[in-house]
Design a protein around this ligand. Structure first.
Ligand SMILES: CCc1ncnc2c1ncn2[C@@H]1O[C@H](/C=C/CNC(=O)c2cc(-c3ccc(F)cc3)cc(O)c2O)[C@@H](O)[C@H]1O
Ligand SMILES: [Mg+2]
Length: 214
């Protein structure tokens, strides 16, 4: 059988990027997905917003829901301070395997832990498994109808603290209307929309940044 899109993305990284250079991995994926084969990475335009929010928050413990091929894991981990960590959740083993190789190619394997399984099963186990109190930053980029239940679960598990920043991809395209309603009408969140473009296209999309107020 032929290769998969994630496998072709990994090949493009191995061919065009420099081992241990995260920026070259990001550029190789963006080039491939813009000129050869579209894929659902957060991409270069929304990626710049992700970068700026990360630089502002400078998280010690970051969580990503929906690793896919690891593009945003590399974007996030490359900006983390020493001793800071990213935990990224992915339930498709084939995607997780590709992501592990792309993250390792970027030289970021010591900062990123990929946990395989459904987010709803893994979130309640985070504290005991990783000995952490709470997350400073959460990037939501998995199935869009899971944004609200998983945000509620993070609250219930005491994994959010005053000031934790949630950043959600695709709130316009494909859209996460229930999530926007949840965080925008909720006194426990201070929300703001960052207008941008759907990765590698001219369509509108954007990121919603929501600060948990405790
Ligand atoms: C069960 C909870 C749960 N637990 C653990 N892992 C989970 C999970 N639910 C999902 N995953 C994994 O996350 C990734 C899915 C991500 C889903 N993302 C989009 O659908 C999307 C679509 C477009 C777009 C497509 C077509 C268009 F025309 C326009 C836009 C653009 C985007 O940026 C997008 O993120 C995969 O790796 C899943 O295995
Ligand atoms: Mg996305």
């Amino acid at each position: 059988t032929g290769s998969s899109r994630p496998q072709r993305m990994l090949k493009a990284v191995q061919k065009n990027a420099t081992k241990g250079d995260p920026q070259s991995v990001i550029s190789a994926i963006d080039y491939y997905c813009r000129h050869k084969e579209w894929a659902m990475n957060v991409g270069d335009e929304k990626g710049l917003i992700l970068d700026s929010v990360l630089t502002e928050v400078n998280p010690s413990m970051a969580l990503e829901l929906g690793t896919y091929c690891g593009y945003s894991s590399v974007r996030i981990a490359r900006l983390l301070s020493p001793n800071s960590k990213l935990i990224t959740v992915e339930f498709n083993p084939a995607f997780a395997a590709i992501a592990r190789q792309i993250i390792a190619y970027a030289g970021l394997q010591d900062k990123v832990t990929i946990v395989e399984g459904p987010s709803a099963d893994l979130i309640p186990k985070m504290k005991e498994r990783f000995g952490l109190k709470s997350f400073d930053f959460v990037f939501l980029d998995h199935w869009k109808d899971r944004y609200v239940p998983d945000t509620k679960l993070l609250e219930e598990c005491g994994l959010l603290k005053k000031g934790t920043v949630l950043l959600a991809d695709n709130v316009i395209c494909p859209g996460a209307p229930e999530y926007l309603k949840y965080v925008r009408n909720n006194p426990r969140y201070e929300s703001r929309y960052y207008k941008s473009y759907l990765e590698y296209t001219k369509a509108e999309d954007g990121l919603e940044k929501s600060v948990f107020l405790g």
